[in-house]
Design a protein around this ligand. Sequence first.
Ligand code: HEM
Ligand code: HEM
Length: 193
Amino acid sequence: MSRTSQSISALPSASPTYSATLRVLHWLTALCMFVVIPLAWYMTSMDRHDPSRGNWVNLHKSIGLTVLLLTLIRVVTRLAGSAPPLPQSIPAFEQTLAHIGHGLLYLILFAMPISGYINSYGGGHPVNWFWLFQVPAVVPQDKALGHLGSRIHGLLAYLTYVLIAGHVLAVVYHQLIQRVDILGRMTGRAGKR
Ligand code: HEM
Ligand code: HEM
C-alpha cells in the first residue's frame, strides 16, 4: 500500500495516550468552547431589549464558568500525573510550537472565564449557574473594573479564535500530511495497538 493511500487507522501508533480522565476533560472542554462561542456571537447580536437576551447571556456565563471548573480539575490532574511525551518523529521545532500553543490554550481557558466573571460582577450582574444557584461574588461591584473585564474579554476572544483554529489545523496537519496519529493520543486509539 502506498504511504498516501494508508488509512488513518493504519497509521503507526504515535505514542501512549493521555489518561482517560484527561481525555474526557479535553473533549468536554472542547464541546463547551464550541457552544459558548457561537452563543456569545448570538447574544451580542441580539436587541438589548429582547426579553430572552438575559437567558442566553446567563447560559453563556454558566457554560463559561463550567469551562473554568473543568480547566481547574484538568490542570490539577495534569500536574499530579504526566502527559505522554510527543512522538520523536515530530521535529523539535514543532514540538516547541505545540507546547507554546497548548500553554496559550490553557491561558485562555482561565483568562476568558475570569475576565467574563469580572465583567459581570464588576457591572453588578451575578450569574445564576444553569438556573440552579447564584455564583458568589469575589470581586467588588465597580463599573471601571467591569469595563476592564469587558475589554480584556473582547480582546482575548480574538486570541481564542486564532489559537483554536491553529490547534485544529495542527492536528489535521500531523494526521494527514505528517501521517502521525496524534488524534489517537486524545481519543485513546493510539495506545490500543
Ligand atoms: C471559556 C469561556 C468563555 C468564552 C470563550 C467566552 C467568549 C465570549 C465571546 C467571544 C464574547 C463576544 C465578545 C465580543 O463580541 O465582544 C463574549 C461576550 C461576553 N461574555 Fe463571554 N466567554 C466565556 C466566558 C464568560 C463568562 C464565565 C462570563 C461571565 C461570568 C462571560 C460574560 C460575557 C459577557 C457579559 C459578554 C457580553 C459582551 C461584553 O460585555 O464583553 N463570558 N464572551
Ligand atoms: C475539533 C477540535 C479539537 C481537536 C481535534 C483536538 C485535538 C487535540 C489533540 C489530538 C491533542 C493532543 C496533542 C498531543 O498529542 O500532544 C489536543 C491537546 C490539547 N487540546 Fe485539543 N482539540 C480540539 C479542540 C480543542 C479546544 C476547543 C481546546 C481549548 C480551547 C483544546 C485544548 C487543548 C489543550 C490545552 C491541549 C493540550 C493538552 C495537554 O497537553 O495537557 N482543544 N487536542
